[in-house]
Design a binder for this molecule. Structure first.
Ligand code: MRU
Length: 336
């Protein structure tokens, strides 16, 4: 996997050979972004089990569940992680029920992880096509954090919508919020968009209000880490502020996310676990200290945008609108 901590100045790849190495990569943000975390966890489980020396299915099962627990302990907010682990468990259960031996189970887990990866790319492309329809023909789009190819198996969710709009022939200019403290916007979103030749302007987070006040933004699209049953959406810290600003300036605020990010078991945003990260991310920018020793620090990695501020949720099944409790439930019904 590409080491996202090193971008944009260095393009370094990390080779993970064990499940523990994959878990460490997720925890330390070598790889990040909700769908990418899910795909990495599934592949980590498959790699870990491929190397298992267990000869009997019982021992293999014990190792499998231990590996799943290790992956689940990496990051708490992005529900795609738990969704992917559940899928791997269901695949395992189907194999066990069919009486498969260790080698067959290994192959089944490999296939499931590959399917999770491939489906994520297809979902992002579908989101891009649906999302392109709601993007203005002359679009000046603000996005927050990185919800791009780096954060998924490819193409992206919010950046997938931007790519879809460009492919549909719309004129698109993008403002990328820097996204303190980890700088996913400045480092990763700008890196992806510049490589694609898409007009990109980086701003610090505190410039978004002024930019909107000057009429220079007409569309906002962000990704999500977990969407509750009522549409409340957890995403990178600062997303809520952008949504409030967008409402004040009557700018449509969209969320783009696959169904694997929607958590119908969580009724509203108040129930979403919010990860708190190391204070050093706030006290330092890179190696430079920017806050004095002794100051207390608060570093939540995510915030929750209430559903009332969201114009629509763009998924691989189409764009869902309020009331979200009904529309999101319907999103999971099999297409007729
Ligand atoms: O802490 P991160 O970088 O993993 O947070 C990522 C985000 O908040 C993204 O916006 C979200 O996961 C959507 S990625 C398609």
């Amino acid at each position: 996997m590409i080491d996202q901590r090193k971008l944009p100045t260095r393009e370094i790849y990390v080779r993970c050979k064990t499940a523990a190495e994959v878990a460490r990569a997720i925890k330390s943000m070598v790889i990040r972004g909700a769908p990418a975390i899910g795909v990495a966890a599934a592949m980590g489980i498959a790699i870990g089990m491929r190397d298992s020396a267990a000869s009997g299915t019982q021992k293999f099962a014990t190792e499998f569940f231990k590996t799943c627990d290790m992956m689940a302990a990496t990051r708490p907010t992005a529900v795609n992680l738990f969704w992917a682990i559940e899928r791997m468990k269901r695949a395992f259960a189907a194999g066990a029920e069919a009486g498969e031996g260790v080698e067959e189970l290994k192959a089944r887990l490999d296939r499931e992880a590959a399917a999770i990866h491939d489906e994520d790319v297809a979902n992002c492309r579908a989101m891009g096509a649906f999302g392109a329809e709601v993007v203005p023909a002359e679009a000046r789009i603000l996005t927050h954090c990185n919800a791009g190819a780096l954060a998924t198996a490819g193409y992206g969710t919010a950046l997938g919508v931007i790519r879809g709009a460009v492919e549909a022939g719309k004129h698109v200019a993008v403002f990328a919020d820097e996204t303190r403290p980890f700088l996913q916007g400045a480092r990763l979103t700008a890196w992806e968009l510049v490589r694609d030749g898409i007009d990109t302007t980086v701003i610090t987070d505190n410039m978004a209000g002024s930019l909107m006040q000057q009429g220079r933004v007409n569309f906002v699209v962000v990704g999500a880490d977990r969407i509750a049953a009522n549409g409340d959406t957890a995403n990178k810290i600062g997303t809520y502020s952008v949504a409030v600003l967008a409402r004040e300036h009557a700018i449509p605020f969209y969320v783009a996310a696959p169904l694997s990010t929607i958590d119908l078991k969580t009724p509203d945003g108040g129930q979403i676990p919010i990860e708190e990260r190391n204070v050093r991310e706030v006290t330092h920018v890179g190696a430079s200290q920017v806050a004095p020793d002794g100051a207390r620090v608060w570093n939540p990695a995510f915030d929750v945008t209430p559903h009332a501020l969201i114009a629509g949720i763009i998924t691989e099944r189409g764009v869902f609108r309020a009331p979200y409790t009904e529309s999101l439930r319907r999103a999971f019904e099999p297409p007729c």
